[in-house]
Design a protein around this ligand. Structure first.
Ligand code: HPA
Ligand code: ZN
Length: 342
């Protein structure tokens, strides 16, 4: 079995992807036509050509602009359903997706249109593919904490369906501490909490996310390696990192995949997971990320299996779902060993 075949059949969870970052160029153009949105690009090739970024802000400018093609509930349904289909094809058994609601409501899109479109697609994936998923609303860190708190209130009708809250967007200059009150409210209401930290920002932001926001996972977290005491704390508390290797490469946070810290994070004893972040912009879905690391860092089957097991350990799923997922991983590994012996 080739590494490609091993990764393709390896059961996994995806825990760090932005729904708005999964609009493939073809769907992007179709949605723009459907909604009469004028674009700077006319073809899929022109769009793909535009996906070159110097840093996070450079990417976010295009990403927020791209959100304009999402208007009606059906648009949110289509993009979410497409992502879940691709994830299912990558043998993702469970996906936890980020949605940057403020990027839509600030353009006048009703909150209900966004939520109903996304939840409808999640229900369809469960019914048609037996795939489970959860939704995490990510608040934009360049906006104020008051805006985040107002959104938390507006989301009340959907509390029963929401998994939790996260923090995303322009990291530098917007530390986690800015949202300490918001995160306390989220936790008090029983939500899971996660935050992007240590992607472009320093280790101190990862520490704030853990100590002040009390997050259950850190999104990215790469910069923790600059602070050995923080790494020890993350290991001791077993706080997972949702690492996004191709994203880090595309946003020029690492000069090459060979220079990516994934292996160092794993060797430090951290609970590391591999994810796609914004798959249509960063050149790959979750399996592409596993394979890029496998090739550049020489990961073996045991490493790949650990990453998959970590994804289910880190997922916000029930103990029953977790045991079933671990059994599925074990069965795939046993199958691959049998194949090798045959
Ligand atoms: N970082 C921060 N915010 C984001 C990202 C990212 O990579 N993608 C979408 N929102
Ligand atoms: Zn992200």
């Amino acid at each position: 079995m080739t590494p490609e075949q091993f990764v393709a059949g390896l059961p996994k969870a995806e825990l760090h992807m932005h729904i708005e970052g999964s609009i493939e160029p073809a769907l992007f153009l179709r949605l723009a036509r459907r909604n009469g949105v004028a674009l700077r690009w006319q073809t899929e090739d022109e769009l793909r050509d535009a996906y070159r970024f110097t840093d996070l802000q450079d990417f976010l400018n295009l990403y927020y602009d791209g959100c304009r093609v999402l208007v009606a509930p059906q648009d949110f349904h289509d993009v979410t359903r497409d992502y879940l289909r691709r994830a299912h094809a990558d043998r993702v058994l469970h996906a936890e997706m980020f949605l940057g609601v403020q990027g839509h409501t600030s353009r006048g899109v009703p909150l209900a249109a966004v939520m109903e479109g996304v939840f409808g697609a999640m229900d369809a994936a469960e019914a048609e593919d037996g795939m489970s998923s959860g939704l995490i609303v990510v608040v934009q860190r360049h906006r104020s904490e008051d805006e985040a708190l107002a959104l938390l209130e507006e989301l009340r009708p959907w509390y029963g369906r929401l998994l939790g809250f996260g923090l995303g967007g322009a990291e530098l200059g917007n530390p986690p501490s800015k949202f300490a009150g918001f995160f306390r409210c989220c936790r008090e209401r029983g939500f899971k909490v996660v935050a992007h930290a240590g992607e472009e920002g320093p280790a101190a932001y990862v520490r704030e996310a853990v100590e002040l926001l009390q997050v259950q996972r850190v999104d990215h977290g790469n910069a923790c390696l600059d602070d050995p005491a923080l790494v020890a704390q993350l290991v001791r508390l077993r706080i997972p990192l949702t690492v996004c290797p191709l994203s880090n490469l595309k946003l020029q946070l690492v000069p090459s995949m060979a220079a990516h810290p994934l292996r160092r994070l794993m060797d430090a004893g951290l609970c590391v997971t591999v994810n796609s972040d914004d798959p249509s912009y960063f050149g790959g879905y979750v399996n592409d990320n596993y394979l890029a690391c496998q090739q550049a860092l020489g990961l073996g089957r045991d490493d790949l299996t650990s990453l998959a097991r970590n994804s289910f350990e880190a997922a916000f799923i029930t103990p029953e779902q977790r045991s079933a997922a671990f059994r599925a991983v074990d069965a795939w590994v046993a199958h691959s060993i049998q194949q090798a012996a045959a």
